[in-house]
Design a protein around this ligand. Structure first.
Ligand SMILES: [Zn+2]
Length: 466
């Protein structure tokens, strides 16, 4: 077991974990000593720690029951797409509802082995939520650095698991730089995914599980942010092949949102090192990464596996999210729904054929994402606006039948609101030029204007449409 440079092949001691080669600056990864062509018999329940023999060594084990997530056959989605076999690896079923629980289990265990009492990470959300929970379980202090935009559900998890939360930067790229500096300053355990190669080791167990649950698919689709996740799955399958447990390997597909696709762009331009993109944007916050530090690894996985990358729009992502929910009863977060949006395109343009078996990685739960809240508030807002309109409409209809005054209106409306509210509506309708006031018998009467009549006709037309 050693840390090995993917560029120059130099080897370093395996602990403490570090991410950069001292000689050439290349990425470091764990080279596990695999017995050649010796099938391993895993023991224990289908859970994360079942694969301990293929992970860097651990003495203290921290666990909340991570891993062993279902691989669900998505029959209704497959039928819609015209595919024979489609599977969703449902990582929402982890203890804090994302795949990062695997990483948190290994990182917290390693932090204790190395005698740290504080661990820290820069995060777009899921890793922070996971680490906060595992730190709570293990009695560690957890310091998370988050960018300005984080999914609220993930932030709520960090808060409730009692992490120290520091906001730094516009995107996670800024937060990662801060995390690097802070670890140097404090000596805290560095648990940022891009800076600790144990994360890749933890996540490669997803590939082991899929292999045990089903075998090796033709295609494996993963959403890409920092680039590490797709590589970890590729690494897992490669190790199984090295062990002689499988002959075939999946072709890896990496998906990015159109507004933030530095890895896809690099591949399209036939380069191997991604550069930071300006003004990244997507509502799939989990993959909002402008400068993917593990982009090289992602490209390696895609090229070695003869896979491909593609981009999908935010609206395609949200359509896919609803489809996964409606057809399969699974609430996936936007980033992982991108895999389904991509699959639709690839079936349509015949890159993926009917008989190919496909696995999409569903990394986290949609309940964590901010758009849940936005969707709810939006609905409430329209309901409130609807109520406002209907009261004004009622007043307008009453006045259109016969000129009247405030007190009379209040009675005709069934005294359902305060008289002040009635006058408020009258004022607003007058301001909009829909009614006009005049004095008669010492009272202020109102009558409808031409404009008011036009608006009422408009409302009637609109109602016919629904
Ligand atoms: Zn090197």
């Amino acid at each position: 077991m050693a840390l090995k440079c993917v560029q120059c092949g130099s080897k370093f001691p395996f602990y403490p974990p570090k991410n950069k080669c001292e000689k050439c600056g290349g990425s470091l990864e764990y080279a596990v000593n695999l017995p050649k062509n010796r099938k391993i018999k895993f023991s224990g329940k289908l859970r994360f720690w079942r694969y301990r023999s293929l992970l860097p060594p651990v003495q203290h084990v921290v666990s909340l029951g991570e891993g062993g997530t279902p691989l669900r056959k998505a029959e209704r989605l497959a039928e819609r797409l015209g595919l024979r076999e489609l599977y969703l690896k449902d990582e929402t079923r982890n203890p804090t509802n994302s795949f990062r629980d695997r990483a948190a289990a290994l990182l917290a265990s390693n932090a204790i082995d190395l005698k740290h009492d504080t661990l820290m990470c820069a995060t777009n959300g899921n890793l922070g939520a996971s680490l906060a929970a595992y730190s709570a379980k293990a009695g560690l202090i957890c310091h998370v650095i988050v960018p300005k935009f984080v999914d609220v559900g993930k932030l709520a998890q960090m808060l409730v698991y009692d992490a120290v939360i520091e906001e730094f930067g516009e995107t996670v790229d800024d937060s990662i730089r801060r995390a690097e500096a802070l670890a140097d300053e404090t000596g805290w355990y560095q648990a940022t995914a891009e800076l600790n190669p144990l994360v890749i080791e933890a996540q490669k167990t997803i590939a082991y599980e899929v292999y045990e649950q089903f075998g090796v698919p033709e295609w494996f689709i993963v959403a890409m942010g920092g680039g590490g996740t797709i590589y970890s799955i590729w690494k897992g399958f490669k190790e199984l092949k090295q062990l002689g447990m499988t002959k075939g390997l999946p072709k890896m597909i990496g998906v990015q949102p159109e507004g933030c696709a530095p890895i896809a762009k690099t591949l399209a331009e036939n380069r191997s090192t991604p550069t930071k993109i300006a003004k990244p944007f997507t509502r799939a916050l989990a993959v909002l990464v402008a400068n993917p530090l593990q982009g090289e690894l992602a490209i390696k996985a895609i090229k070695e596996s003869k896979g491909l990358t593609l981009t999908v729009s935010d609206s395609e992502i949200f359509t896919a999210e609803r489809q996964i929910a409606k057809l399969e009863g699974m609430f996936a977060e936007p980033a992982s729904s991108a895999t389904m949006a991509a699959l639709k395109k690839l079936v349509k343009n015949r890159k993926i054929s009917k008989n190919d078996r496909v696995v999409c990685l569903i990394t986290g739960s949609g309940l964590k994402a901010t758009d849940v809240l936005q969707a709810l508030t939006k609905k409430q807002k329209t309901a409130v606006i609807g109520l406002e309109i209907s009261t004004k409409e009622k007043i307008l209809r009453i006045i259109s039948r016969k000129d009247t005054y405030g007190y009379d209106l209040w009675k005709k409306l069934g005294k359902t609101m305060t008289r002040a509210a009635v006058y408020q509506h009258l004022n607003e309708l007058t301001e909009k030029g829909l009614i006009v006031g005049y004095a008669k018998n010492g009272k202020k009467f109102f009558k409808i204007t031409q404009r008011g009549k036009k608006v009422l006709r408009g409302i009637d037309d609109l109602k016919l449409l629904f």
